[in-house]
Design a protein around this ligand. Structure first.
Ligand code: ADP
Length: 254
């Protein structure tokens, strides 16, 4: 705890120094509180898969369960989840601390969108949803970081595929008063109205058991929101349970 605060003085210069010292102390206190909270949340998230792994290993050691390919598969799955969590957490802690480097340039997003559509189409199941791209031609240039924009789109498209069994996933692009909007629309399970305000909170999952099964960590949207904001845009969600969800974000036009 930073208890240090300077009292007011009669000399204006000293007063100014004191005020700026106090502002710094306040902001450090905020950083420290956020850091503690993040570590608390991270510890909680890491504990679950670790407990599962330890449980299996102890049961195997005590010969309470037989070693089988199925047990090893479950162990591998939980380990993989730990790995994803650690990777996501690293990105999240950088984003929360404001350390994510961002490199804004005038870019045409069309090649990125084309290559993402190609990549994600390969991942779609034959009886699953189709993926389509609707964008203006020629594509207006934006002021954005290409890698960070790709990261956002990979998150949003990954979610759309994860939570959509059938129908279509549409990547739609349009311009609206000096902004370019990019929407990822799906016809999937949707999100309940009471859940919508929480989707961007870190570690939040609508149905943790299902999200865990599908490998979700509840971090993707939190990072995406930070990345959009770092580029001067905003991100929004609309959804109807059972019908589908639309996540859209904006970027400044060049
Ligand atoms: P996760 O890794 O769990 O997908 P996210 O932060 O990306 O983490 O998403 C948080 C939660 O929001 C998900 O667990 C899921 O419950 C919900 N969600 C995100 N995208 C969608 C979507 N397209 N359709 C339905 N639910 C979604």
């Amino acid at each position: 705890n930073f208890e240090a605060r300077l009292p007011m003085s009669d000399i204006p210069e000293i007063n100014q120094l004191g005020a700026s010292f106090n502002r710094m102390a306040n902001s450090l206190e905020g950083v420290e509180a956020r850091r503690r909270e993040l570590i608390g949340d991270m510890t909680h998230e890491l504990r679950t898969p670790l407990t599962v792994v330890r449980g299996y290993l102890e049961q195997l050691a005590d010969e309470e369960i037989e070693p089988s390919p199925e047990i090893y598969r479950r162990l591998a799955k939980e380990t993989k989840r730990l790995e994803r969590l650690v990777n996501d957490l690293q990105e999240l802690s950088k984003a929360e601390a404001g350390y994510l480097a961002i490199n804004i340039q005038r870019v045409n997003l069309r090649p990125l969108l084309d290559s993402l559509v190609e990549k994600f189409t390969d991942q779609l199941l034959e009886d699953g949803p189709v993926l389509r791209l609707e964008c203006p031609s020629p594509m207006p240039l934006v002021l954005a970081d290409l890698d960070r924009t790709e990261q956002i789109l990979v998150n949003l498209l990954g979610n759309a595929i994860r939570y959509t069994a059938q129908g279509a996933i549409t990547l739609r692009v349009w311009t609206e008063s000096s902004r370019l909007w990019i929407a990822v629309m799906d016809t999937g399970i949707g999100i309940a109205p009471q859940d919508l305000p929480h989707v961007f909170e870190r570690f939040w999952r609508a149905d943790s058991s299902r999200a865990r099964q599908s490998g979700g960590t509840g971090i993707g949207l939190t990072i995406s929101q930070r990345l959009v904001e770092l580029q001067g845009g905003e991100i929004q969600v609309e959804s109807k349970q059972g019908l589908g969800s639309t996540f859209k974000f904006s970027l400044p036009l060049a």
